[in-house]
Design a protein around this ligand. Structure first.
Ligand SMILES: [Zn+2]
Length: 229
């Protein structure tokens, strides 16, 4: 059986997806807490992103997780609702700006196989929390949508961040204290979904736009946002 402390794979150099979107909405009121629950990244917020950390809350509700963020004890970039929440199947909560470091891994933690053993993991990763009790009797499984949308977030990041490489569990880098996302999380299936991108829907509206590569740079069109020099 797969052990959460070994959940790790690297994204290949080729196979980077086309840009895609994720069904996200800001958690209501969360912006008021960014100043006290996130930190300025120590590395470039675009080229410095090297990993995605997968967590499970060990609680049963999105609001329970957000009450921890309100106490400024922890934070994450996305929160994936549980099966019994009305947002399940529809949207994930965006909880922290990607440009800022969220607080989902202790600063002292590291693993030799990720980013050359560098610590300060929050500063070079984004963090995804999946709402799941992690109960074993009865087993609280992850829904297919939770796995799909989490994979979709990872693919969104893979398309966006040029140096993104490692996808790993919280348990990998904090094995003494943490087991999340737990044995019930289907890591191999999750990995397949990321590498094969089977969950993606057609992007007809995006596909119909004229890509930047086909545009001629034009400095002579006056737009409202240009500075008047
Ligand atoms: Zn965690």
């Amino acid at each position: 059986m797969l052990e959460p402390r070994n959940y790790l794979f690297d994204l290949p150099d080729n196979g980077r997806p086309e840009p895609l979107s994720i069904p996200e909405e800001l958690y209501p009121g969360v912006r008021d807490h960014w100043g006290k629950s996130t930190t300025s990244r120590k590395f470039d917020p675009l080229t410095g992103i090297r990993g995605v950390v997968i967590h499970a809350t060990a609680g049963g509700s999105s609001s329970g997780a957000m009450s921890v963020m309100k106490a400024h004890k922890a934070s994450w970039h996305w929160l994936v609702p549980d099966e019994n929440e009305i947002q399940h199947g529809k949207l994930v909560w965006a909880c922290a700006p990607e440009t800022r470091a969220a607080w989902h891994v202790q600063n002292s933690k590291f693993h030799p196989d990720v980013n050359n053993g560098k610590n300060l993991i929050n500063h070079w990763t984004v963090g995804i929390e999946i709402v799941n009790t992690q109960k074993k009797t009865p087993v609280d499984g992850f829904s297919e949508w939770q796995v799909d949308v989490t994979a979709q977030i990872v693919r969104y990041c893979w398309a966006k961040y040029p140096n993104l490489k490692h996808v790993f569990s919280h348990a990998l880098v904090d094995p003494q204290r943490r087991t999340d996302p737990g044995k019930n999380f289907p890591w191999e299936e999750f990995k397949e979904k990321i590498l094969n991108g089977k969950m993606e829907k057609s992007k007809s509206l995006v596909a119909s736009a004229l890509p930047m590569s086909e545009l001629t740079a034009n400095p002579d069109i006056a737009l409202c946002c240009m500075s008047g020099n």
